[in-house]
Write a protein that binds this ligand. Structure first.
Ligand code: ZN
Length: 192
């Protein structure tokens, strides 16, 4: 792999160097690499914005699944693409609705994740980290459905988001950490 060390671990600096290869920095690079999410999550984000995470459309292109097996594992309605998984799936939309971010009218796409406006919900601090936390947990929720046969659950997803919020608090600059209190409120289950 281009961006791993001898033991196969990811080297963020190498990914960043690759990102800047040819002197062109993609618009999402600063958004991703400048945020406080853990490196595996930033790397996930880097694959996501390029639609290179293994959603079923990607597996279909690689002939790992058939057309019949390429439906979204969460809603079973449409072909699973990265955009579907994060923004278009009815389940994802129920998540964003619970969080208070309007993704239906804005027409967001994963390829321009840096355009996702969460400021109205969490303020101006650590927005990229918050946005990436949401995408990361949608992906992990999807994987629990696929690999462990779990039933989709908004309550479980929001609980996992609260867990990561608490874990990531220490990754933020000291002056920014109080924003996590707001995140914890945002991720509370509706009606709780
Ligand atoms: Zn779906």
């Amino acid at each position: 792999m281009l961006c791993s060390d001898a033991r196969g671990s990811l080297v963020t600096a190498a990914v960043y160097a690759l990102e800047r290869f040819g002197g062109v920095q993609a618009s999402f690079a600063a958004f991703l690499w400048g945020c406080a999410a853990p490196s595996p999550v930033r790397f996930f984000g880097w694959l996501l914005v390029q639609r290179r995470v293994n959603t079923r459309d990607v597996l279909l292109r690689k002939t790992i699944v058939t057309t019949e097996g390429a439906a979204c594992p969460v809603c079973s309605c449409e072909l699973e693409t990265a955009d579907h998984m994060v923004f278009e799936c009815p389940f994802a939309r129920s998540f964003w609705r619970a969080v208070g971010v309007d993704v239906v009218d804005k027409g967001y796409q994963v390829g321009a994740l840096q355009a996702l406006d969460v400021r109205g919900v969490v303020g101006d601090t650590a927005c990229a980290t918050f946005a990436l936390l949401c995408c990361w947990q949608l992906w992990k929720h999807r994987n629990v459905v696929v690999f462990r046969g779990a039933v989709p659950s908004l309550a479980r997803l929001l609980a996992c988001c609260r867990e990561d919020s608490a874990l990531w608090r220490g990754r933020l600059k000291v002056a920014e950490r109080s924003c996590v209190d707001r995140w914890l409120q945002v991720f509370s289950y509706p009606g709780r």
